[in-house]
Design a protein. Structure first.
Length: 619
């Protein structure tokens, strides 16, 4: 039997190799520096889940069959061609570059074999993200469904498997804007000079993979640092276990040396006290390694790797009345760029893991200590790199509703919109809850931002309370530059004037500058479009743009250290977010071009001012 499976696997590999030779990026649009490094035989081969690692797994990225059919059509028997997973349908790197329209359904299909060494184990199938509604079949048997384009999902497919070759089929519906689903910056027809809307994304856009597990296995690890008590709290979710007979055991190490070990019955929290904890900060991104074992009647049945970091995020009021953000009980000015996470060739999906890491490392090199992840959620490895490189993350919820067409929550009170509003709100809460749960364990995330600039903003106090219930350990930015309510942990202002000003104060919580800058410069040959590309203000060369950036930065530095308002009240910004990391499609306001090939400013000068701002509250 093993020889037969090996023969089938070799045939499949040979077929994939032949198909890979025929793959090429679609279209003639701008490409990033990593486009020619994509391996169509196995793109993005890296392990996709850094917080729960196992040695055995199988990557299912690569060339799949695809077809776009009508919404009433059944799974096709013939396909339109090949698509390179996990690059989204509309992207160049998918090899397709087509857009889904209303009433269309996207089908995927591929064959796979289960390694002989997995015999006797359960097989879990994982999708990093599929936009937007997905139904999964294995050998014609429905094994999973999921709604939401930004959170992953999994299925135990053991019962649907058969010996030898298996068939994996996926049905996807993505009605961007038609149902007011969370879409962030996606639009079906973005276009227009200086448009803030970008190309829509449909289908698989993160890694697809399988792993074998025992019947009794670990399904999740959720770690909470408690700096004040000098301990970690580890919650381990399991499948197929009995609290009366089974236990979880967690070993904590730092720099290869064991520092704590504890166990508890399944379903109970494991507490790990730590003497003289090594703190996580942007300057010292220390991480502890964890080994989590599942013991059934005293025998190990599963073991996974994980990691954690000791850090605390909070706010505090100073003696003069000014509120500050704090990290590990010390004042820290949060300073970073607005990061859209778009790529000219992969759209939502970075071409390679090296590319994914590049943006984060450049942000660090420029002297920032934070990134605001804007209107998008990234693959887990992105947050892993922020954890290890040392960058705090403010995580946005991708917006719902068409703010560009006047859709806001106040309309939902109309009787005719009542049922629709209920669906929109339910979709929002479902997906936001999934995102918070899945990314809870990444220590770099320090702020959750449910709304941006009133885009789809609704029931703000209720949303903040929901967010707090999901995660009471992080700060909540109730509405970045949006309709302001006295809830959440700080007041967020957007100001694109030059220089930015502190035009509103709050005596009960910190005030932050959630967006500013938007300084543009055209670089010929590195634009998504050679016309209709612009931003708030454009500069002619590197020096002129850098001079303006430094000037705006000096204003932020003054406001970070504090000013006195006309009424004698002390006030200050406690964080600032510069727009933005890269050019994106018709926007040319990036620190670097959309293809990441040109740095548009003097890097040494922006590093100097950024360092001064990031460390402005050091004593």
């Amino acid at each position: 039997m093993m020889k037969k499976q090996l023969f089938i696997a070799m045939l499949l590999l040979a077929a994939v190799g032949a198909q890979a030779q025929d793959w090429r990026p679609a279209g003639d649009r701008l490409k990033s520096a990593w486009a020619d490094k994509v391996n169509p035989a196995c793109p993005l081969p890296e392990y996709p889940r850094p917080l729960i690692t196992r040695a055995e797994w199988q990557n299912l990225n690569g060339l799949w069959d695809y077809a776009i059919v009508g919404e009433d059509d059944l799974c096709p028997t013939t396909f339109d061609g090949k698509i390179l997973v996990p690059y989204p349908l509309e992207s160049s790197l998918s090899g397709v570059q087509r857009r889904m329209r209303r009433g269309q359904v996207l089908w995927y299909e591929r064959s796979f074999t289960v390694p002989a060494a997995w015999q006797g184990k359960d097989v879990l199938l994982h999708f990093g993200a599929v936009d937007h509604e997905a139904i999964v079949y294995v050998n014609g048997r429905r094994v999973a469904s999921h709604v939401g384009g930004y959170a992953g999902f999994s299925a135990n497919i053991t019962a649907a498997l058969r010996e030898g070759s298996n068939r994996l089929t996926l049905r996807v519906v993505d009605q961007t804007l038609d149902r007011e689903q969370p879409v962030g910056k996606q639009r079906l027809n973005p276009g227009g000079a200086g448009s803030i809307w970008y190309t829509s994304v449909s289908g698989i856009w993160q890694t697809v993979w399988m792993e074998p597990v025992a019947k009794q296995h670990i399904s999740d690890v959720r770690t909470t640092p408690d700096l004040d008590a000098s301990r970690f709290a580890v919650e381990v979710a399991t499948a197929g276990t009995m609290p009366s007979t089974d236990r979880v055991e967690v070993t904590l190490s730092f720099a290869g040396k064991e520092v704590a070990k504890a166990s508890a019955p399944v379903g109970q929290t494991v507490y790990l006290p730590v003497k003289k904890p090594q703190l996580w900060t942007p300057d010292t991104p220390n991480r502890y390694q964890m080994q989590v074992r599942l013991l059934a009647r005293g025998q190990q049945v599963d073991c996974v790797g994980s990691y954690a970091a000791m850090r605390k995020i909070s706010v505090a009021q100073m003696a003069n009345g000014v509120w500050r953000l704090q990290l590990n009980n010390k004042n820290l000015f949060h300073f970073g760029p607005l990061d859209q996470g778009y790529w000219p060739d992969g759209l939502y999906t970075a071409p390679t893991d090296e590319a994914l890491r590049f943006d984060i490392q450049k942000t660090k090199d420029w002297g920032f200590n934070m990134i605001r992840k804007h209107m998008k959620v990234e693959p887990a490895r992105w947050y892993y790199y922020c954890d290890s490189i040392g960058l705090m993350v403010w995580q946005d919820m991708p917006s719902i509703c068409r703010s560009d067409q006047g859709w806001h929550a106040r309309r939902w009170n109309d009787q005719a919109d009542g049922a629709h509003a209920a669906d929109v709100e339910a979709n929002y809460f479902h997906e936001w809850g999934e995102i918070i749960s899945q990314f809870y364990g990444y220590p770099s995330i320090v702020v959750w931002t449910p709304f941006n600039e009133s885009w789809g903003q609704f029931k703000t106090p209720e949303v903040i309370e929901f967010t707090r219930q999901q995660d009471p350990t992080r700060l909540i930015n109730p509405a970045s530059g949006g309709n302001h309510y006295v809830c959440g942990d700080f007041l967020d202002l957007h100001d694109y004037s030059r220089p930015p000003v502190l035009f509103m104060n709050d005596k009960t919580r910190p005030v932050v500058l959630g967006e500013y800058g938007g300084l543009g410069r055209h670089v010929e040959g590195h634009r998504w479009v050679e016309s209709d590309a612009r931003t708030y203000v454009n500069y002619k060369d590197n020096k002129e743009l850098t001079d303006s950036y430094v000037e705006q930065g000096e204003a932020v530095l003054r406001l970070a250290k504090g000013i006195t308002l006309d009424d004698g009240t002390p006030a200050a910004f406690s964080a600032a977010v510069y727009t933005q990391t890269t050019d994106v499609e018709t926007e040319v306001n990036g620190l670097m071009t959309y293809d990441r090939k040109v740095m548009k400013m003097d890097e040494s000068r922006i590093r100097a001012i950024n360092d001064a701002i990031s460390h402005s509250l050091d004593k």
